[in-house]
Design a binder for this molecule. Sequence first.
Ligand SMILES: NC(=O)c1ccc[n+]([C@@H]2O[C@H](COP(=O)([O-])OP(=O)(O)OC[C@H]3O[C@@H](n4cnc5c(N)ncnc54)[C@H](OP(=O)(O)O)[C@@H]3O)[C@@H](O)[C@H]2O)c1
Length: 291
Amino acid sequence: MITIGIVGTGMLGEAVGLHLMDVGYKVIVFNRTKEKTRKLKEKGAKVAETPKQVAENSDVVITVVKDANAVRDVIFGEKGIMEGKHNGMCIADMSTVNPNATKEISKQVTENDVDYMEIPVMGGPNVAIKGKLVIMASGKKEIFEKCKPLFESIAEQSIYLGETGTAHSIKLAMNLQIAMLALALSEGITLTKKAGFDPEIFLKILNSTYFKTGMSEGKAYKMVDENVEPTFTLANLKKDLDTINDAAESFDSELPMAKIARKIYADATDAGFGDLDYTGIISYIRKLSKK
Ligand SMILES: NC(=O)c1ccc[n+]([C@@H]2O[C@H](COP(=O)([O-])OP(=O)(O)OC[C@H]3O[C@@H](n4cnc5c(N)ncnc54)[C@H](OP(=O)(O)O)[C@@H]3O)[C@@H](O)[C@H]2O)c1
């Protein structure tokens, strides 16, 4: 059984690591803030002092960090993954980053004789812990095929999407949906509450139509009580909206709603709502209504 390295054991990286051990992989992890490796260590993971040490001791290194700058830091920084490179090693980046940045990072990694795949995912820690993420993969087809058994352990679907940058472009389009859906539900629930009705009536009718979603059938009921355990933070969705807008600009595409959504999530983050689950945007919207 190959050893899997995980660099970044925040909410998502921790869940992926715990699941990989459940299905029998050896796991070695690094996180800048060591406390976040505790659960993994308790379950049997080795905890490395540096990303370099993770690379030296693993066949595939999965990076799951905040953004492109963090990916660059852990790969190319001092005592980074590239310093621990060896024959046959592959870096698979699960972070959500700008497709343009991924292309640059992939080029720099592969020019230095290390394989690289981008594997952004749909689904959060609650899904990752059961191995039921969806992986969107880009990079060389033969590397995808080599890593497929691993990807199939992590995800219930692993979709190969072709050349570098493709998977992240689609991931950004997916997260734009998430941002908009959370806003639409927040405003619908707030409107019905303000009108003096039980928002669950709104959700019941919404969920009897063809434009219901997993979010309207699931988290929306918790949003009514503003009581959602964070699985993906509002600050990270704001980070993704920054990336979506930057990428859109580089593709010469005008996305007016993405610009507005970025401002709303940025204002909410500045107002102190960043550590909430992204659906906590309802608490910010509700606060605006109280004025
Ligand atoms: N949670 C989800 O549902 C979900 C789903 C799909 C994709 N994603 C993506 O997956 C990535 C991780 O998400 P998450 O929810 O796990 O976020 P998180 O809990 O906020 O964790 C972020 C991780 O990035 C690390 N990090 C940030 N800046 C760094 C730097 N400069 N150098 C080294 N490490 C750095 C953090 O280390 P410290 O602990 O030291 O700060 C932490 O391990 C993000 O790109 C996110 O958009 C998340």
